[in-house]
Write a protein that binds this ligand. Structure first.
Ligand code: SAM
Length: 433
């Protein structure tokens, strides 16, 4: 029951605008953070559908008053999720209504002229930008190889459709359900499955051979591309998906110094890195801004990844709609966030041997993205932007000369969460002259 009660409590707090989903999940103290986060994301995605079913089935009528948000998470898991896993005293109430709830779902599909759940969500505005986010799976080359994973999925009955040739092909594929998959067009070792695919119980996932990571969040480590054996800093690292990607790129050779302020998130990160077979890391529960660039320990650091706290405005739409703050609150929050983001990138550029610094956010706000990059370039003339991934279609907003070197990502343009990335490179001595 704790799972559903905690999820319902977070839905209440979201409605009170007390924070973003991820923050509330971490603050809840619930042990299985991934399970809780997944349940919330999916309940929010299905929210309109679930509300309609709850209304038409009259689930909330009757002597026992089931709270709305608790009803929502229970109905989600019963009809669209893994089936009720617990549920305490409310389980019997929900199960007594099971046939009615299923009948209302079937009626709704007939009314909306759709045959599957995904199409139902889309037809009821669950995905405002159009396509649904596919399930991206990064093959962890520290533990396995692309060939072995392809063979594994084919044996599981999946049809392999080869490497995608265009974003359009990915978008068309994103509308599909069923057992087929593609290799991604831009990111090596990334597979693309239909949106509804769930690998949380898959043995390759639980053994750390597969990492469930959105495509856009694979960009920072890919673009930083530290050579095998190099010394790297991950400045704001937890829960560690980008650290594990960096470790795969350096093939566990060299060193990754990873910092995070949040003890709980660092603990989750340790578990994740252990499962992913990462051995080249040194984790520290430390404010990155207090890490001294003069410390001999970091003299060889040549590459730094800065993925600081941000507004998270690039996360899926329903959650954004539910967590959006009012104008002045948001302005204040964005100012505070972007001030920290500037300090974190500036600090990274002060490490004596650093050649490349990648900056990323999962925000779509110019204040946290292009504005930060513009100020950094003005303050640090020794660095310039690298024009990364020329074939990537969405570029930085045209707010300063060179902004097109930055990447943006969105559901509609790149079939990913909203994201921003910029890569800084130290100018060569010749260039400086
Ligand atoms: C966007 S998340 C990082 C996600 C991570 N890079 C990943 O891919 O899993 C931002 C992180 O920055 C951490 N953070 C915030 N302020 C920090 C600081 N001053 N020093 C180090 N970490 C900080 C937060 O605790 C949070 O875990």
């Amino acid at each position: 029951m704790a799972l559903y009660q905690t999820a319902a409590g977070i839905l209440d707090r979201l409605q009170q605008k007390e924070g973003a989903v991820k923050t509330l999940v971490y603050d809840s103290g619930y042990k299985n953070v991934r399970q809780l986060y997944a349940l919330l994301c999916e309940t929010l995605r299905y929210s309109t559908v679930i509300e309609e079913i709850i209304k038409s089935s009259e689930l909330l009528r009757g002597p026992k008053k089931l709270p709305m948000n608790l009803a929502k998470v229970l109905v989600y898991d019963l009809l669209f999720g893994k089936g009720l896993q617990c549920g305490g005293r409310w389980k019997s109430t929900i199960l007594a209504h099971r046939a009615r709830l299923q009948a209302e779902l079937a009626k709704l599909k007939v009314k909306k002229k759709v045959s599957n759940n995904q199409d139902l969500v889309t037809s009821m505005g669950g995905s405002l930008d159009g396509p649904a986010l596919p399930r991206y799976v990064r093959v962890n080359t520290l533990k396995t190889s692309m060939d072995d994973v392809l063979t594994y999925f084919k044996r599981q009955g999946y049809t392999y459709l080869g490497k995608a040739r265009s974003i359009k092909e990915l978008i068309d594929f994103g509308q599909k359900s069923g057992k087929s998959f593609l290799q991604d067009l831009h990111i090596p070792n990334l597979l693309v499955f239909p949106p509804s695919t769930d690998f949380h119980k898959d043995s390759l996932y639980t053994a750390g051979h597969l990492i469930l990571q959105d495509k856009a969040s694979c960009l920072p480590a890919l673009l930083l591309d530290p050579p095998v054996g190099s010394c790297v800093i991950d400045a704001c690292a937890a829960p560690g998906n980008k650290t594990s990607h960096l470790a795969a790129i350096v093939q566990n050779k060299g060193k990754i110094f990873a910092f995070d302020l949040d003890t709980k998130r660092l603990a989750t990160m340790s578990t994740l890195l252990l499962r992913a077979g990462v051995t080249c890391q040194e984790l520290a529960n430390q404010d990155f801004l207090t890490v001294s660039p003069c410390d001999p320990k970091y003299q060889k650091v040549s590459h730094i990844l800065v993925d600081p706290s941000c507004s998270g405005s690039g996360m899926p739409d329903r959650m954004r709609v539910l967590t959006e703050e009012s104008g002045s609150d948001q302005d204040e929050r964005l100012q505070a966030l972007s001030a920290f983001q500037r300090r974190a990138v500036s600090h990274a550029l002060r490490f004596p041997s650093v050649q490349y610094v990648v900056y990323s956010t999962c925000s779509i706000h110019q204040q946290e993205d292009e504005d930060v990059v513009k100020d950094i370039l003005e303050q640090h003339p020794d660095f310039r932007l690298v024009n990364v991934l020329p074939m990537w279609p969405a570029r930085g907003l045209n707010t300063f000369p060179g902004s097109e070197c930055c990447l943006r990502a969105s559901l509609s343009e790149t079939l990913t969460n909203g994201f921003f990335v910029a890569l800084f490179q130290r100018r060569s001595p010749e260039e400086k002259r």
